[in-house]
Design a protein around this ligand. Structure first.
Ligand code: ZN
Length: 330
């Protein structure tokens, strides 16, 4: 029976059930948080708030959260362990990788390939760091990452974005753990992922979620990415900005289902129990950006517009399971 690592240890992939493929528990800026702790407040209050929100998601029928919080997003696994122990009804799967739209964190600036500028050839330490998180566990917690995360945004394939993506590709091929890439579909960055990750580094697109594909309403572009083999993350339900209204986020899923791509899409909110990137006054206005929105609002809309239960199950259960079962190194 195939198994996947979660915060509480390995579980059979048959136990994953309804899975949201891109949800954070926390998104934090630890350096700022440590020095200006007022907004964060008391640790035990934040933990209790997270436990309550995760319990509500589980009560609605969600069995698994896939959390792509890595370096650059404030990953801190001991806190996630504390929370997971209090919500045994929900599986939490965590990631390794590095999140940047332009430059690597300064920790990496003068290590690995950056040293080529002074004539020293050193392998990128990120590859071993990521692989160790997957094979041995994260920071002595015993919790193993089960997938890899990197990002490319509107700045495109900068030198450091490419560096992280190559490190992710190499850790992926060594360990077999699948990949999620934050992309910017408006800038067609999925095609840049295909060039570097797949054509240059030999990664199978079927093992890669192109996150935030659902920000786009361009069904032809998304169909082209799906035809390349990628899984499309329709994963920001509840974030309504500019063109990305509730109806448009739903309608693109309806259209892609109509075109026969239910087996290439996964659904999620990209929400968090707490994120320090956004003014709390703004967050309080984003009243549908929470873990219950898909169940409360999106699924009823999809059903009304012709998406059937088989397609919903495919997106929420079968596709995530396939992603975590396709894990042979190569
Ligand atoms: Zn995210």
């Amino acid at each position: 029976m195939p198994q996947v690592e979660t915060v509480r240890g390995p579980v059979d992939t048959t136990e994953l059930g309804r899975t949201y493929m891109h949800e954070h528990i926390f998104v934090l800026t630890p350096d700022v948080q440590i020095n200006y702790p007022d907004e964060w407040g008391r640790e035990e209050d934040r933990v209790a708030d997270a436990v309550a929100k995760l319990k509500a998601a589980a009560a609605q029928g969600t069995r698994t959260f896939v959390d792509p919080t890595v370096v650059g997003l404030g990953r801190y696994i001991p806190r996630i362990v504390t929370i997971a122990e209090q919500v045994p009804e929900l599986n939490i799967i965590v990631a390794t990788g590095c999140y940047t739209y332009d430059s690597v964190p300064f920790f990496f600036h003068f290590r690995g390939p950056a040293l080529a500028a002074v004539g020293v050839e050193v392998a990128d330490p990120m590859v071993d760091m990521f692989a160790r998180d997957i094979t041995e566990g994260i920071a002595g917690t015993g919790v193993k990452a089960a997938f890899l995360k990197c990002a490319i945004d509107e700045h495109g394939m900068t030198g450091d974005v490419a560096r992280v993506m190559r490190a992710v590709a190499r850790a992926h091929r060594r360990t077999g753990a699948p990949i999620t890439v934050h992309t910017h579909p408006g800038h067609h960055t999925g095609l840049e992922v295909e060039r570097l990750l797949c054509r240059e580094e030999g990664v199978d697109p079927g093992r890669v979620v192109l996150g935030h594909s659902g920000d786009s309403t361009d069904a032809d572009h998304l169909s082209a990415l799906a035809d390349l083999g990628f899984v499309l993350g329709m994963d920001r339900f509840g974030i309504h900005a500019g063109d990305a209204t509730f109806d448009k986020r739903c309608d693109i899923v309806v259209e892609m289902c109509r075109r026969g791509y239910a087996d290439r899409m996964v659904l999620s909110h990209d929400a968090a129990c707490y994120i320090d990137w956004i003014d709390p006054n703004v967050i309080s206005m984003m009243d549908q950006w929470h873990y219950l929105h898909i169940g409360d609002d999106v699924l009823p809309y999809l059903r009304e517009h012709g998406v059937d239960e088989d397609q919903i199950d495919t997106m929420l259960v079968a596709n995530p399971r396939r992603y975590f079962e396709n894990i042979a190194p190569y």
